[in-house]
Design a protein around this ligand. Sequence first.
Ligand code: SAH
Length: 336
Amino acid sequence: MLNVLNFKCDGLRKYLEENKFRGFKANQIIDWIYNKKVFDFNEMTNLSNVERKQFNDILKIELPLIEKVQKSKDGTVKFLLKLVDGNLIECVFMMYEYGNTICISTQVGCAMGCKFCASTVNGFLRNLELCELMGQILVVEKYTRKKINRIVLMGTGEPLYNYENVVTFIHEMKSKMGMSNRHITLSTCGIVPKIYDLAKEDLNINLAISLHAVSDDKRKTIMPIANKYSIDQLIEACLDYFDKTKRRISFEYLLINGINDGEDDAKSLVSLCKRSKAHVNLIPVNEINENDFKESKRLKEFYNYLLDSGVNATMRQKKGVDIDAACGQLRLSYSK
Ligand code: SAH
């Protein structure tokens, strides 16, 4: 039986027509699921009883199940979701002045091996399917009873290594839920050829690059992907993305004590930002048990240096610190 959540809009219409239903039934089902958050054909009151039964015979609406919910004092809600095959993923709901934001996972586990990150500790298992990407949004909107205005693909996994499903997901978010692409941010550790591909997709989403170090040598010590693509190659790809989409790039820069928070680092980061017209999002590293990285003691100095040098920089507001809300920590603590 096919899961409705794996269909694109036009695909569902075609499938229903092939099964002798009228095509507009697809719009009705999509409206129930994506706008009204009704996930049971029997509750779709503009379908006849006969249609409800027929749809139940050929289709299912299968969402990830909520395994665990953690609520922070600041309104952040972290979800541990169980997929049909029993695998666990995380997503996080956050409230900001500019709207409700969800951070979603794109893979089960991660193969990238970044030394500071909890998502990668148990390696990579598989890509998430369209229904599982969509499912995170639907489950969270239903649970919180709040409309999500912004999506960041910044949870577990490398979105550009689940390229096709992620691109389809972004298209479908627009057609099914009216989500503006300007409100979607994809974060990548820097898969250079895929950045060029993404620029050609006519999606115009925001691109965030997990930079975290400003020399190739230093980057290699914390991010294995740096052995494959140099910072120069990455910057070229970012400039191409900016050129084609006119969307400004942002660099994510974790501040780790004694590793990348020195004066030289700040200086090189300034010239890199000027060269690539990028904005910087400084992030105090979340300390996890699996490594010895500690939060930088120079957060303020580093931040002020960037601002004084004319770089457009922000310091990420910490959300959900009381609930292990960072990057794979909940899933990891659950799998022990
Ligand atoms: N693979 C993608 C998306 C997932 S990581 C990428 O690399 O961008 C999302 C963001 O969380 C990245 O910027 C990543 O570097 C950051 N991150 C990972 N571990 C962290 C930690 N311990 N503390 C703070 N941020 C972390």
